[in-house]
Design a protein. Structure first.
Length: 286
């Protein structure tokens, strides 16, 4: 089934492969269907005409719901954007509003970038939006940092854990299956907002792009059988490569300035100006 639905602040395109197509061929049609990201409505109409003879199912309206491998309260995956230029302002205002009222601390993990200054700048920015919040840098840069009790305590007591952007390899080699990730999972289950941007956001699927090579890395695995491509560019083949993996049934492309927000039941909403792309492999045997 192919689906498309519109939310108040964004738009999802969901298309499923017909039974006689493979995920790679399917993904190659993606630039045609999301032309408005780059070329406006005229390009989208032109591209729709070009694919009209391809086998596709009818369009239906339905929300996107994802299967969660770990219990959460709220998980926000942000495609990218410069907070200093206001590109993620609507997303960040939403995140701050969803924090528990009695927990106004943001635990910022600079693991993907390795930059301690990142927390200082984003903390000042968050405080300009909401003076009641305080941002604490959680210095998890290498494996031993992820085991330090002080860092684990900050994660556990925060109202939001925010993972900054950078390089997937840095984040996953340090956080995946670490004590810090366990603390994040427990915090997510206990009402803490989890937010990640750029490379950090793409790490929450079963696999993530290897930013130092052409392959894929094992991800944090919070989303079942799902892969995520952030800073999404329909002309790039990163999502196509991730979708070719045997345990990836759903592929999500999130462009900059857009966030996919996932609730405790797997239901999603979109914050930001733009739309995401969602692909599904057909059920086996079809």
């Amino acid at each position: 089934m192919t689906g498309r639905f519109v939310t108040q602040l964004g738009e999802v395109i969901e298309r499923q492969l017909s039974g006689n197509e493979d995920p790679i061929a399917f993904h190659e049609r993606l630039p045609q269907r999301v032309g408005r990201l780059r070329g406006g409505r005229d390009r989208e109409q032109k591209n729709e005409k070009r694919i009209s003879n391809r086998p596709m199912h009818s369009i239906t309206s339905r929300p996107l719901t994802l299967s969660l491998a770990t219990p959460i309260h709220l998980l926000a995956l942000i495609g990218g954007g410069e907070f200093s230029f206001g590109e993620t302002r609507a997303i960040d205002e939403m995140l701050l509003s969803r924090m528990p009222r009695d927990r106004r601390t943001i635990a910022f993990l600079p693991t993907a970038s390795g930059s301690p200054e990142y927390a200082t700048h984003i903390g000042k920015y968050f405080r300009e939006i909401d003076p009641t919040v305080e941002t604490i840098n959680v210095p998890v840069y290498r494996g031993r940092d992820s085991r330090r009790q002080k860092n684990l305590n900050v994660i556990a007591s925060a109202g939001m854990v925010y993972l900054g952007g950078g390089v997937t390899n840095n984040l996953l080699s340090t956080l995946r299956k670490s004590a810090a990730e366990v603390a994040m999972r427990e915090a997510a289950q206990n009402g803490v907002v989890i937010a990640a941007i750029g490379a950090a956001a793409s790490s929450f699927g079963t696999h993530a792009p290897d930013m130092r090579g052409e392959g894929a890395l094992p991800g944090l695995g919070w989303l079942e059988r799902t892969v995520v491509d952030t800073a999404f560019d329909p002309e790039d083949d990163a999502l196509r490569r991730l979708m070719s993996l045997p345990d990836a049934d759903i592929g999500i492309g999130i462009p900059p300035r857009v966030a996919l927000v996932i609730g405790h039941d797997g239901a999603t909403e979109i914050i930001g100006e733009g739309r995401i792309a969602v692909f599904r492999k057909p059920p086996s045997g079809l």
